[in-house]
Design a protein around this ligand. Structure first.
Ligand code: ZN
Length: 697
């Protein structure tokens, strides 16, 4: 049995496309166990003293061995996320700890580090291609940041810090969740529900009934909290929920759920970790593997954006206050009124129905529009292709050059299913690389073309039209999501890099990886594209211009205010991890107040405890990295700005340059160099401001 399952195990067949038609959960354990054992043996072999540290004798065979494991495990991860039935879940969960343990071992293997380091210091290094040098540099960097170069007597302390930080992060999010769950407001007077949508009322009613109570129960979880803040006419209800939400995990509640002491401790430990590694601050450590070059550069970037967005944010606030006074009888707009007043003003100014818009975005038309954008911009052809898949709804396509050469292939799994993970994502089935195969006659080079999975959770077609199934229709947000994930897919598929470790999205800096995805989103707001990718499901009419104008206005509604808020969070995060002393007299709240004095247009009440709920930076891996959101938006808008400057959203030369300098280069060159090569200068914020309706001449 065991021999059979290894002999013809689809997970061990790397000759072509994944064999989803013959793959079963029983294949997982034998295949992954074998590959893990192979990889461990390979690591032992390659780290032995007999093996010379060179690209050909060490780095290349290691990458080959690891690729098989990551491809096979990638298939398992993928099936688990798109076909999460019990048998697959069990197969996945059985092997997950083993796979995680293996990668953790590799990350701590100092012999591997020593070999990479010797390559980086060898004469060979200078003669390696740029992509190969990048791969070696990344390996050395990652081992260093994991403490590999510390003196032996410092290593235990470094390890202890890492462990305590992991515990503190986990506790931080547990506290926040517990504090969120600890609050409920049960309303017994129906009059207080005025303004709330029916589904929110119904959910609150059911929540109360579940506990055997009369009335309507509201909580601090988003689906309950948000509708109250946005729609409830009762100012008392809004204020009560707002205060509870803003003071979670703080000193006002149960002491064991208070995140205040954890924040100080996390900041202290991060600073100590940075000092051990030889950096002045944790922010500096955080920036090492990122595109941004220094803390002052990011501070300048955020401040520049803040100054330019400020007049628009001030106008937004003035509009809201005036509308609240005149139309809603709210003389002093408080923090708990902002979402409510915003919603009312949005309705008054730009009311349109999402449902109406949705009728125009029919599936075939949207896909045809998307494909045309890609073909026109990047000079490739997209064609239907065939492959074994994991579900009958999945489609498969190929990308070719105009002369018919295969560039890459992708699966498209559009519809939601009960067994599919939520959200939308791109994942890779296979990366691009050059392979050298030797036969008796000669050595030949072949290119392994990349393959991607594009996954969404859109509604499947329902009903019939003229005896045929009515096509699926998508909301505009869903169309944007599709373009976004396709952008990630193109980054993976259109790469021309021959080394797996820096091909496509591999090795791309964290704060630059959203550039192609957000760039593609721009085309969902491009009027020259929309008539061609819309057709009303009943009449076939394209999207009317008047409706598009309303959508655009709604998109940019209060954009100045929202931008300043993101900048406030980013500046606070960065300064907290650079110039703030966690052992000094000043509190985290003092720093936040200072940041707000500099950039905010709305100052929340003094009892607001935002830091205690800032999961991204204390428990989500975004420490000194929250700025990345705005950073990537600026980059992608600025790239789009190059097409605007050329006067054509499909300007062929600009498209070719975007492909040559950004998409196809992947992680083989620093992202800032890619950007400069494409744009001819450093990133500027003006295009983003323009796209957000904040016109700067
Ligand atoms: Zn993304």
């Amino acid at each position: 049995m065991t021999t059979d399952i290894l002999h013809d195990n689809p997970l061990l067949d790397f000759s072509g496309l994944p064999r989803f038609d013959s793959l079963t959960p029983e294949h997982v354990q034998p295949a992954i166990s074998k590959l893990l054992a192979d990889c461990r043996a390979l690591v032992d072999l390659l780290t032995s003293d007999q093996v010379t540290a060179s690209w050909a004798t060490f780095a290349a065979p290691l990458a080959d061995g690891f690729e098989e494991l990551s491809r096979a495990w990638g298939v398992v991860v993928h099936v688990h996320s798109v076909n999460d039935i019990p048998a697959w879940r069990d197969a996945y969960n059985q092997m997950l700890p083993e796979v995680s343990r293996f990668y953790a071992e590799v990350g701590q293997n100092l012999k591997l580090f020593a070999k990479y380091k010797s390559i980086s210091e060898s004469e060979e290094y200078a003669s390696l291609s740029e992509p190969r040098r990048r791969i070696v540099d990344h390996e050395v960097r990652d081992f260093r940041l994991a403490g590999a170069e510390l003196p032996e007597d410092r290593k235990p302390r470094f390890q202890a810090i890492a462990e305590e930080l992991a515990q503190l992060s986990a506790k931080f999010s547990e506290n926040l969740l517990d504090a969120t769950n600890a609050f409920a407001e049960v309303v017994t007077d129906e009059a207080e529900l005025q303004g709330l949508p029916d589904d929110a009322r119904q959910a609150a009613r059911e929540a109360a009934a579940k506990e055997g109570k009369d009335g309507w129960k509201f909580t601090l979880h988003m689906p309950s909290y948000l509708p109250v803040l946005q729609y409830a006419d009762s100012r008392r209800l809004r204020a009560a929920l707002y205060r509870a939400y803003a003071t979670r995990a703080a000193e006002f509640g149960a002491p064991e759920m208070d995140n205040t002491p954890l924040i100080r401790r996390i900041l202290e430990l991060r600073r100590e970790e940075a000092e051990l590694l030889g950096y002045a601050s944790f922010a500096e450590v955080s920036l090492v593997p990122k595109m941004a070059e220094s803390v002052p550069q990011v501070l300048d970037f955020l401040r520049d954006l803040a100054v330019k967005a400020r007049p628009f944010a001030e106008r937004d606030i003035a509009d809201l206050r005036a509308f609240a006074r005149k139309e809603l009888g709210i003389d002093e707009m408080e923090a708990w009124d902002v979402a409510y007043v915003s919603e009312k003003l949005l309705q008054a100014r730009y009311a349109f129905s999402e449902q109406e818009v949705k009728q125009y975005f029919t599936e075939d038309r949207v896909l045809a529009g998307l494909f045309r954008v890609i073909e026109t911009l990047f000079g490739v052809c997209l064609k239907p292709d065939s492959a074994p898949t994991w579900h009958e709804d999945v489609r498969f396509f190929r990308i070719e050059t105009p002369t018919g050469e295969l560039v890459g292939q992708f699966y498209l799994d559009l519809y939601a299913r009960e067994t599919k993970r939520s959200g939308a994502w791109m994942d890779e089935a296979r990366g691009r690389r050059r392979r050298r195969t030797a036969s008796l006659a000669a050595e030949t080079d072949t290119i392994q073309t990349p393959i991607a999975y594009l996954n969404c959770n859109f509604s499947r077609p329902v009903g019939e039209r003229d005896g045929k199934p009515r096509p699926a229709t998508f909301t505009h947000d869903e169309v944007i999501t599709l373009f976004h994930e396709t952008g990630h897919g193109l980054h993976h598929l259109l790469t021309r890099v021959d080394e797996l470790g820096v091909a496509g999205i591999h090795g791309v800096e964290w704060d630059a990886v959203e550039l192609p995805s957000q760039f593609m989103e721009n085309y969902c707001w491009e009027w020259s594209v929309l008539p061609g990718m819309t057709a009303h499901v009943d009449t076939g009419e394209p999207l009317p211009r008047a409706l598009f104008d309303k959508m655009l206005a709604a998109k940019n509604f209060l954009s100045g205010m929202h931008m300043l808020r993101q900048i406030e969070f980013s500046l606070f995060d960065l300064r907290l991890h650079s110039d703030f002393d966690p052992t000094g007299d000043r509190s985290v709240l003092d720093l936040l107040a200072e940041v707000r004095r500099e950039v905010a247009v709305i100052v929340p009440p003094a009892w607001h405890r935002f830091p205690n709920t800032f999961l991204h930076i204390f428990a989500g891996g975004y420490g000194a990295g929250y700025y990345s959101y705005k950073w990537a938006e600026v980059l992608s808008a600025d790239c789009d700005g190059a097409f605007e400057a050329a006067g054509n959203a499909f300007d062929p030369l600009t498209g070719k340059r975007f492909l040559d300098e950004i998409l196809s280069v992947g992680g083989s060159r620093p992202a800032i160099d890619n950007f400069r090569a494409f744009r001819g200068r450093d990133p500027q914020v003006d295009a983003l401001l323009r796209h957000s309706g904040m016109i700067t001449a």
